[in-house]
Design a protein around this ligand. Structure first.
Ligand SMILES: C[S@@+](CC[C@H](N)C(=O)[O-])C[C@H]1O[C@@H](n2cnc3c(N)ncnc32)[C@H](O)[C@@H]1O
Length: 355
């Protein structure tokens, strides 16, 4: 398998749902609820056919879509399998508002909650207690389509993109935690340089970190300028010079890798026999964590040399449904460039006898 690009792909796509209205920044959205919202929610689900096909063969039960977005994957799955219920979570209220409208036609087969996916077990228990989900239904699928939506990237007021001028926010959920500007006001140069280096910005991490802290940016444009100042024109690679910095900062602000570790652990606990965990990653930091977690589940943590029979007594609790990662076809990438960096991995829960 070819090694993964660490840089982000910023792209927008289709699927239009109403979600916000314009404010002081171009594209600013003010959540005002339901259909009164004027701006459109735009996101084309990536690897839609693969996701739907992989989850089409699970037993009857609940599929937790931990990254509901505009509900594109959820809608396809609910249409394909009439015996499934989807518990859809998103930490972004604009997404849950848009998805609630988009999925309304599925009635009680969809339960939408504004929550982080690392807390999926608690949300599921609360939904069962409230009677929104039948307690007899087991969890037969967990879908994590990681990262940000096209809507988040394209809405300048959310501050995710070097392409659109806006406040330096970058929070997926606008109701909690420090913004990217606040994060930068608090971080030291060494920590920031390490974050950038971990995200593939090895050569200029230190000078970019220094330039950013000197500039103390509060807008996306000011951050992009600070990065440009630190990287000599001759050393710039393909893509925007600030893309890795924006991605690294977004990952840190949203604690994305910690969330992913929590989500994967919860999915491993919750899935019933025959249930499937499907994860789509968009950069190598995410994909490495997913790959290692699924390998651990599929080997039971066995440490014996791979060429010898296992003697350590490890018991696999999952099987890998496919070796390696699924990637988007060239036609999909043509239609939706964001799909270029997508890597899908899938594992299925095995029956494990109690010892
Ligand atoms: C790539 S989009 C998902 C798109 C979705 N699959 C669809 O078909 O429209 C990622 C979404 O996941 C959400 N998200 C990312 N991390 C999350 C987390 N830890 N918990 C809940 N939602 C998260 C983002 O807010 C964003 O809306």
């Amino acid at each position: 398998m070819r090694s993964l690009p660490t840089g982000p792909v910023e792209d927008s796509s289709s699927a239009l749902f109403p979600v916000g209205r314009r404010g002081p920044y171009p594209g600013r959205t003010t959540p005002v609820g339901g259909l009164r919202m004027a701006q459109v929610y735009s996101h084309a689900p990536v690897l839609l056919e693969d996701v739907t096909e992989l989850l089409a063969h699970v037993p009857t039960g609940v599929v937790i879509d931990g990254t509901l977005g505009g509900g594109g994957h959820a809608a396809a799955l609910l249409s394909r399998r009439e015996d499934l219920v989807v518990l859809g979570l998103d930490r972004d209220e604009q997404a849950t508002a848009a998805a609630s409208v988009a999925l309304e036609r599925f009635g009680s087969r969809v339960v939408v909650r504004h929550a982080r996916f690392a807390s999926m077990a608690d949300v599921l228990s609360a939904s069962r207690r409230a009677g929104a989900i039948d307690a007899s239904l087991e969890v037969v699928g967990v879908l994590l389509d990681l990262g940000v939506s096209s809507h988040q990237l394209d809405t300048s007021a959310r501050g995710f993109s070097y392409r659109n001028e806006g406040p330096l926010d970058m929070r997926m959920g606008t109701d909690v935690g420090p913004t990217a500007a606040e994060f930068l006001a608090d971080v030291d140069e060494t920590t920031l340089a390490s974050l950038l280096a971990e995200n593939g910005e090895r050569r200029f991490a230190r000078s970019i970190a220094r330039s950013i802290l000197d500039a103390a940016p509060t807008s996306t444009a000011a951050l992009a300028t600070a990065v440009e100042r630190a990287v000599p024109a001759a050393a710039r690679r393909h893509g925007h010079v600030a893309s890795r910095t924006f991605q690294a900062l977004r990952i840190a602000v949203n604690e994305e890798l910690e969330e992913l570790a929590g989500g994967l652990a919860a999915a491993r606990e919750l899935l019933a026999v025959g249930g499937r965990l499907v994860v789509i990653s968009y950069h190598s930091g995410e994909d490495s964590l997913v790959k290692a977690t699924l390998r651990d589940a599929a080997t039971g943590g066995c440490l014996c040399p791979p060429q010898l029979p296992c003697v350590c007594g490890a018991t696999p609790s999952f099987r890998l449904v496919s070796r390696g990662a699924h990637k988007a076809s060239s036609e999909e990438i043509e239609r939706n460039p964001r799909a270029r960096s997508a890597r899908l991995r899938v594992a299925e829960r095995l029956f494990v006898e109690d010892s």
